[in-house]
Ligand binder design. Structure first.
Ligand code: CDP
Length: 243
C-alpha cells in the first residue's frame, strides 16, 4: 500500500479509532487438545495461537538447570500470514521476537518450582497486521495460566507509537509502516515493565506520556485476559456441579 496522505484526521485514525484506543480483541482459551494450555488471540487483524507444554523433561539434556525450569519460547510466522509470502522457518526477526517475548514472561513464572524441567511456549502467527509480538505475549500469558503453570500475575502487552506527530496506542500496519515511532511494551497489572522496545524517535515527554497510554491499554487487555480465563474455568466448574 502507498503511504496515505494523513494517518490521523480531526483526531480520528484511518481505522476509526481515537488515539488512545486499542483494536478489538477476541480470546478463546483451551483451543488445542494436545497442549497443556492454549489460547487463540485476535488483536485487530492479528490472529495468533499460543500452545504451552510442561513442565516436562528437558531435551537436549544439557539445557536443563538444576535449580529452576528453563522457559523456551518459539515465535513463528506462517508463510501465509503476511502480504508478501514469508520464507518458512526461523529468521533473525523471529529469533529476536522469541527472545524478548520469553524475557517478557519469565519474571512472572515461578521457575524455581520446577528444577530440571522445561516450560515450552509456542506462538504461531496465522495472520499479521502489526503488533504480532504483543498479541503473542498476550496469548502466551493466558496459555501459561491455562496450563496451570504457577505465575505471579498475567502479562499484558501493547504498543504505543507516534503518527503525524500524535501519540497513538496499538499501531496498525499503516501506522507501523509510515509512523514516526513504535514502542511495544509488556507489563504486569501492577505496572512492572517486562518488555520495552523502540523503533523511531520520541522526546522524553512523549515517552512518558506514551508509557501512561500503554499502561492504560495493558490494563484493559489484562481485564479481557482475566475474563476469558474465568469464563473457561467457571463454565468447567458449573459442568462439574451439574454432573
Ligand atoms: O508484528 P510486530 O509489530 O511485533 O513486529 P514488527 O517487526 O514491527 O512487524 C510489523 C509488521 O510487519 C508485522 O506485524 C507484519 O504485519 C509485517 N511483516 C511482514 O509483512 N513481513 C515480515 N516478514 C515481517 C513482518
Amino acid at each position: 500500500m502507498v503511504k496515505p496522505e494523513k494517518l490521523i484526521e480531526n483526531g480520528i485514525r484511518l481505522d476509526g479509532r481515537k488515539p488512545d484506543e486499542i483494536r478489538p480483541i477476541k480470546i478463546k482459551v483451551g483451543v488445542l487438545n494436545r497442549a497443556d494450555g492454549s489460547c487463540y488471540f485476535e488483536f485487530g487483524g492479528n490472529k495468533v495461537i499460543a500452545a504451552v507444554y510442561g513442565p516436562r523433561e528437558v531435551h537436549p539434556r544439557h539445557q536443563q538447570k538444576s535449580t529452576s525450569a528453563v522457559v523456551r519460547y518459539r515465535y513463528n510466522m506462517a508463510s501465509f500470514s503476511v502480504e508478501e509470502r514469508k520464507r518458512p522457518g526461523p529468521d533473525r526477526r523471529s529469533i529476536e521476537v522469541s527472545k524478548v517475548s520469553r524475557e517478557a514472561l519469565e519474571p512472572v513464572i515461578f521457575q524455581e518450582y520446577f528444577p530440571r524441567s522445561a516450560i515450552d511456549i509456542f506462538v504461531e502467527v496465522l495472520q499479521a497486521d502489526a503488533g504480532t509480538r504483543t498479541a503473542g505475549i498476550n496469548a502466551a500469558s493466558i496459555a501459561l495460566a491455562d496450563a496451570g503453570i504457577p505465575m505471579k500475575s498475567l502479562v499484558s502487552a501493547c504498543a504505543v507509537g507516534k503518527v503525524d506527530d500524535t501519540l497513538v496506542l496499538d499501531l496498525n500496519k499503516d501506522e507501523d509502516n509510515y509512523g514516526q515511532a513504535d514502542m511495544p511494551i509488556a507489563m504486569t497489572p501492577d505496572g512492572k515493565i517486562t518488555l520495552l522496545q523502540m523503533d523511531g524517535h520520541l522526546t522524553r515527554d512523549e515517552f512518558r506520556e506514551g508509557l501512561e497510554m500503554a499502561k492504560k491499554g495493558c490494563l484493559e487487555i489484562a481485564q479481557l485476559q482475566r475474563t476469558a480465563l474465568m469464563e473457561k474455568y467457571s463454565s468447567l466448574m458449573e459442568g462439574e456441579v451439574n454432573e
